[in-house]
Design a protein around this ligand. Structure first.
Ligand SMILES: CC(C)(COP(=O)(O)OP(=O)(O)OC[C@H]1O[C@@H](n2cnc3c(N)ncnc32)[C@H](O)[C@@H]1OP(=O)(O)O)[C@@H](O)C(=O)NCCC(=O)NCCS
Length: 199
């Protein structure tokens, strides 16, 4: 069943132990977010490392997280997924394409591994790799871009490892942990993705 690449699995009912998978990797799978995911999501959003990068600056509770999920699910310009561990089906984070433009064939990408104990184990990298496969191969996009705070070394590393290029710097664009920070614009083009994937 292991598929190293981003690929839709065609017979999810044949899989064991995975809950409603959409894209499956070696360690994780991406699945639709459900209303009950508001419970872990609200806890993650109260972690400034996650809430601040999503622009949420007020306490999150289950109901507000539920509204956030419902609103996101209806927005045609975004597609969000839960990141679940194949080992035990635990939801450990979210990853999303937003600002999808079919005219420009571009989208922005976001990712958060909400459970801090799970960070640094390759989960974020694999989830983003799966989402990029979906963006380029399923949605037929040409460019995926993102903003990352310059001091976020782990995120920068994930994106650079996957081939994102630093395209520019927005000076003092973010206010984070009591100080202004530069924000990097990073982008990945379809041709670059294909070259790296050997396609
Ligand atoms: C950023 C994030 C998604 C990465 O997910 P993850 O599962 O921890 O990432 P991975 O384990 O796949 O990879 C982390 C990489 O960063 C490196 N890294 C981790 N902490 C680091 C640090 N402080 N300095 C430099 N590199 C670091 C790891 O060594 C690894 O690189 P490698 O594969 O080349 O060894 C996760 O840390 C997270 O959710 N953080 C909070 C939310 C966030 O910042 N989201 C991104 C906003 S743009």
């Amino acid at each position: 069943m292991v598929q190293a690449d981003a690929r839709r699995i065609h017979a999810p009912e044949a899989e064991h132990g995975v809950k409603n998978p959409y894209l499956i990797g070696a360690k994780v799978y991406l699945r639709p977010l459900e209303p009950e995911d508001a419970v872990p999501l609200s806890a993650w959003l109260n972690d400034p490392a996650v809430g601040e990068i999503m622009g949420i600056r007020r306490p999150s509770h289950e109901e507000s997280a539920r509204r956030f999920l419902a609103k996101s699910a209806k927005d045609p310009r975004q597609v969000g997924f839960g990141i679940a561990l194949r080992r035990d089906d635990r939801l450990v984070g979210t990853t999303v394409l937003h600002h999808i433009s079919h005219q420009r064939r571009s989208a922005a990408l976001g990712v958060a591994v909400g459970a801090p104990a799970v960070r640094g184990r390759g989960v974020g990298t694999e989830a983003v790799r799966l989402l990029l496969g979906y963006a380029f191969e399923t949605l037929n996009l040409n460019r995926v871009w993102l903003h990352v705070v310059a001091s976020n070394e782990a995120a920068r590393r994930v994106y650079a490892n996957l081939g994102f290029v630093h395209e520019g710097t927005l000076r003092e664009e973010a206010w984070s942990a009591g100080r202004y920070e530069n924000v990097l614009v990073m982008g990945l083009l379809r041709g670059e993705w294909e070259a790296r994937s050997g396609r």
